[in-house]
Design a protein around this ligand. Sequence first.
Ligand code: HEM
Length: 508
Amino acid sequence: MTMSDKKCPYAPTQLTMGNGAPVADNQNSMTAGKRGPLLAQDIWLNEKLGNFAREVIPERRMHAKGSGAFGTFTVTNDISKYTRAAIFSEVGKKTEMFARFSTVAGERGAADAERDIRGFALKFYTEEGNWDMVGNNTPVFFLRDPRKFPDLNKAVKRDPRTNMRSATNNWDFWTLLPEAFHQVTIVMSDRGIPASYRHMHGFGSHTYSFWNEAGERYWVKFHFRTQQGIKNLTDDEAREVVGMDRESNQKDLYDAIEKGDFPKWKMYVQIMPEAEADTVPYHPFDLTKVWPKGDYPLIEVGEFELNKNSDNYFVDVEQAAFAPSNLVPGISVSPDRMLQNRLVNYADAQRYRVGVNHQQIPVNKPRCPVMSNHRDGQGRVDDNYGSRPHYEPNSFGQWQEQPDYAEPPLKIDGDAAHYDFREDDSDYFSQPRALFRLMSAEQQQVLFDNTARNMTGVPDFIQYRHIRNCHWCDPAYGEGVAKALGLSVEDAMAARDADPAHHLPSCL
Ligand code: HEM
């Protein structure tokens, strides 16, 4: 529905105040005399402006700009031998869901068509609780350790002095982290600006786990493949799109669903038996690495379509609270350090951003009974479990735990220490090298040119550092980026000893 053919679907209404009392005058404030000052007893004016001042809730710290829609997930292949999750129990089974896609670095009012990774967050309302799959449109991430996440956020967001985005901050940080190189290569590639949310794949990225009725555990990676085809924008096209329409992704998704052209994604999993994690030649819980599909092929699971726009953006999309800790029996986590931290950080952020009772908001509310015995708190809108005994154990059968749903034990060992993850699989370049060599000559040139444009204004020593990283990955990559920057690989190598970074990893 466009603005021009917009018809109001509601019957006429009569204005009241928040307490339900009629508003007699919504045009003229009450003043002392015709030209005199306002009166404090104008209670509607006070209430209206008071509410106005509190309309905005904090934006998400990352992924602030996003678009969402409701949909349906359908199982198309039986994977119940890997997981006891009710959502996958039989072929043909349908589960209602909500999806939100987002850019990462931009604020709530940022333009959509920016070079950035995209968030890909799904909430499945299963009968055994909400399962949230909070992923991205890339299979890897910049970091391996959550300690660096706030630094990443600072590096890609605004500079504290200029309040502008800073390519220097961005590239200084990225080039000092060899683990970021794989993700940086993807972001600078021809896939760095998806043409729309409908035209990109999604990935759980982390290794998660499945466990089945027999108590067997499998490591799992989730993939969501767009059925609309992959489409991307070049830097030039994106500039033009942003010049015409800052909401290009929102408009594309909203209009497609309004027209009945429902976007679809197929869900696949890669499955690794638990014991194989000890034998694969790469770190299976390292978020900067993929599992080669030759080793672990994609297994089809199902398909979801998005088929209903929200009637109110704030209520559903802005208040949506996706958390990797929203798991259900049969789907669980892995030892990935990044994922482990996300299990804490999202719900914590949401208690601040949306409130302690955010799980009661309709978009977040499970469609199955909830008996958490969390009580009270700001914004409690249900019956608060009435007069049930509010402690456990009790003599009245309330709040009984459900041992049938216990996850199989996971063997862990080790002494507590700050282990340097770089000493555990420090191969940062093989996978981006393979990716680089898969690109056609034309795609490689796009990568060089995107990188050079993105590094405009960045000091030479940081450009040299990136050229060296590209060179370690593949000499042709180093050569291509150096040329696009108007520099040389030889000068980049010679500049290594003069690099002012106090924390230059030995592999760089
Ligand atoms: C949003 C933290 C890594 C995907 C957020 C939010 C926080 C956060 C605090 C805002 C949550 C809210 O207010 O609702 C972190 C931390 C990370 C991390 C601490 C690493 C330790 C990742 C990774 C992915 C990811 C690896 C993808 C694989 C997302 C998405 C959203 C988000 C999609 C937006 C969800 C939505 O649409 O509401 N992140 N993040 N994040 N993050 Fe992360």
